[in-house]
Write a protein of this length. Sequence first.
Length: 114
Amino acid sequence: MIYLHLDKPQRWKQDIAQSVDYFNRWFITFAPEAFPAAREGTIERAQQTLQICEEQVREQYPALWAYLQTAPAELRQRYLVRQRTPWYRQERRDPAPFLCTYMGAAQTASHLST
């Protein structure tokens, strides 16, 4: 590994600024294509993973299983975790049939009090 300017702390700020600028230029150039494609694939893999049972997660994704096991015992005993099978699956509900807003609630409340 090459350490440029290791002995020149007065240059570090400039070096860091150049590195950030280089990364930003790279990101702006390639992200419009790379980021959405990577995100779609990641979402799809996560959704597939959340559909499989615990034994399959343990066998196919040992790093994920190890991470899930780091949850404190009291968290694993909570109601939602105990009721869902598998416990890590996100709940799926239909959207509410109505929409509530909160914008302007203070103004509405002031009209009600008078």
